[in-house]
Design a binder for this molecule. Structure first.
Ligand SMILES: O=C(O)CCC(=O)C(=O)O
Length: 312
């Protein structure tokens, strides 16, 4: 009953559908939009306690990236606030409530520079709950998509790192595929990258590039960050981009290493832990080439296994 009260009625109803009714849900692979060649900028930003300063830092990075000819600009996870459960409620913005300076800055910057902007993530307040939310803007500054992190970062690795986003945040309830002027994007936030089914559903829906704003840490970053990106790219035969905050001197220490990966798992651009912008050229025409050379989609044994898209 409490679940229903929290607004999950439709989700429960969906779960009660007989499995057989999903049978064809993921076999219909959507064709991607026409292939484009784009320049992507991943802005690895310094983030501190001063929200105004964080906004100014983000704005000047977008300006710089656009000035360098980027068509798609990406910001990090939680770029307007320190990454901590104490900070999320304090820095959160109500996107429908009219007082959302971070969102306003993103919309204005996208429109002014005529770039597609994947605005990292910020804490969002909505109807008494908090979400870790990514806003995607088109070249006219219009909001094209909103992804609320669906897999919350709740881990406890003894003696290394404990974090529990669910203490303050609620999970999103949907997948986010966004058709933009630069191509079809699938959006995930940080921990979402650990779930291959999400990425494979995005691939099935014709996404050309998966974008994950993220802030891995000093324990999982060195071992998993690049591995996960290259895995998602090679499984889905598509492009992957991640964007992290730069590493600060205290508090949550982000791994950094914002990276762009091609559909053969090749690293197209990466960096260390310091602030900076990573540029990568992506030719979405390569997707057809890679998929023709290694026709994994046709070779799948759908008679033995399949991925169910429960959102359809
Ligand atoms: O998956 C990890 O190791 C890190 C994830 C994370 O930092 C996050 O989801 O914010």
């Amino acid at each position: 009953a409490s679940l229903v009260a929290r607004g999950s009625r439709s989700r429960i109803a969906r779960c009660l559908r007989p499995l057989s009714s999903y049978a064809n849900a993921t076999t219909d692979v959507l064709e991607p939009p026409p292939a484009q060649k784009i320049k992507v900028a991943l802005c690895q930003l310094s983030v501190g306690a001063d929200k105004q300063a964080n906004l100014a830092t983000a704005r000047s990075a977008i300006d710089e990236a656009a000035g360098a000819g980027a068509h798609l600009v990406v910001l990090p996870e939680m770029w307007n606030c320190p990454y901590s459960n104490d900070s999320f409620p304090v820095y959160a913005e109500d996107l429908e409530g009219g007082d959302a300076p971070s969102a306003a800055m993103l919309a204005a910057a996208a429109a002014e520079h005529r770039v597609v902007l994947v605005g990292g993530s910020i804490p969002e307040r909505s109807h008494g709950r908090l979400y870790n939310t990514c806003l995607v803007y088109g070249r006219d500054g219009r909001l094209l998509g909103k992804h609320r992190k669906v897999h919350l970062f709740d881990i406890d690795i003894a003696g290394k790192i404990t974090f529990k986003e669910s203490l303050t945040l609620s999970p999103g309830e949907g997948l986010t595929v966004v058709d933009t002027e630069v191509g079809r994007l699938g959006i995930g936030i940080c921990y979402d990258i650990r779930f291959p089914e999400l990425a494979m559903l995005y691939a099935a829906r014709g996404c050309q590039l998966l974008v994950y704003p993220g802030a891995f840490n000093m324990t999982t970053g060195p071992v998993h960050w690049e591995l996960l990106q290259r895995s998602r790219a090679v499984d889905g035969q598509l492009f992957v981009a991640t964007c992290s905050p730069a590493r600060g001197a205290e508090g949550y220490l982000a791994w950094g290493h914002s990276t762009a990966v091609g559909p053969f798992a090749e690293i197209l651009g990466t960096t260390d832990e310091k602030p900076g912008i990573v540029y990568a050229d992506m030719d979405f025409g390569q997707l057809a080439e890679r998929r023709a050379g290694m026709p994994l989609r046709q070779q799948k044994r759908s008679d033995l296994y399949s991925l169910l898209d429960l959102t359809r």
